[in-house]
Design a protein around this ligand. Structure first.
Ligand SMILES: O=P(O)(O)OC[C@H]1O[C@](O)(CO)[C@@H](O)[C@@H]1O
Length: 250
């Protein structure tokens, strides 16, 4: 299902409301969380909803999608740092219920295996939040990642390193590898919300809309998910067909 809003603010309110509703409906929910600039207003909005209407979050469990290899929690560009800055410092989920891939693990393969087992032990995600890369990646599952992959180490494409270079002082500092939840784990989530905003996402969103399900465009796997919502602002949806046609396909 595609949902198009006029502004980033509306996208963020819709997405945060879905998260809030999930937390209210199931206080012990397992949430799959994403990072990136798209999610910043979503988390800010979620915190506003929770301040207006406090809900017990002590039984929530979270799993983050990914982390750069080589960046520890104290590094300002690590996704662990991001999550505390934008959410966990305000949303007091008990530490043992917060899961983030360990980018500094001595043995990344073993860390991936343990992460994947922890996800499976919890029965998978109730709600998985996703951003999208300009090459169609979800999490850090780059094009051609097998759909049956579980948490694994991935080599980042040049495109992703260039895109994410804007957060680093020097392009050469962008890590070459990351740990990412696999596509199978994303697919096993009961509900998925992919969020795309801004004109930089317009081309990939049009391609995603048109394409067949293919490992060449990882986000296309959502077309075989029974409860996936793709949420966009007008800019990200600018190259999609008119809304009438969209409704017919949604
Ligand atoms: O929201 P942004 O900053 O465009 O980034 C989206 C990205 O963030 C990520 O969630 C990082 O995992 C990727 O899916 C994608 O690269």
């Amino acid at each position: 299902m595609y949902k198009i809003f006029n502004t980033v603010d509306e996208v963020s309110r819709y997405t945060a409301q879905r998260l809030f509703d999930q937390i209210c409906a199931k206080p012990e929910a397992i949430l799959g969380l994403a990072t990136g600039s798209t999610m910043e207003p979503v988390y800010a909005q979620l915190m506003q909803y929770l301040e207006q209407d406090p809900v017990d979050v002590s039984r929530l469990t979270t799993f983050n999608l990914d982390e750069y290899i080589g960046l520890g929690p104290e590094h300002s560009q690590s996704y662990c740092y991001y999550m505390y800055q934008h959410l966990f410092n305000q949303l007091h989920i008990p530490g043992e219920r917060v899961h983030l891939p360990d980018g500094t693990a001595e043995n990344a393969e073993i860390a991936c295996q343990a992460y994947s087992e922890a996800i499976q032990a919890m029965g998978g995600m109730d709600l998985q939040l996703l951003g999208i890369g300009t090459n169609g990646h979800i999490g850090f599952n780059e094009p051609q990642t097998p759909f049956d992959s579980r948490t694994h180490v991935i080599e980042l494409t040049e495109q992703t390193r260039i895109d994410n270079g804007r957060f680093f002082t020097d392009q050469r500092e962008v890590p070459t590898h990351a740990i990412t939840m696999g596509i199978q784990e994303i697919l096993e989530a009961k509900e998925v919300i992919l969020v795309a905003t801004g004109s930089k996402k317009a081309e990939i969103m049009a391609e995603l809309y048109r394409c067949e399900v293919s490992e060449a465009l990882p986000a296309s796997v959502l077309k075989i998910h029974s409860n996936a919502t793709i949420v966009m602002d007008k800019e990200a949806a600018a190259l999609l067909p008119e809304e009438g046609d969209l409704a017919a396909k949604a």
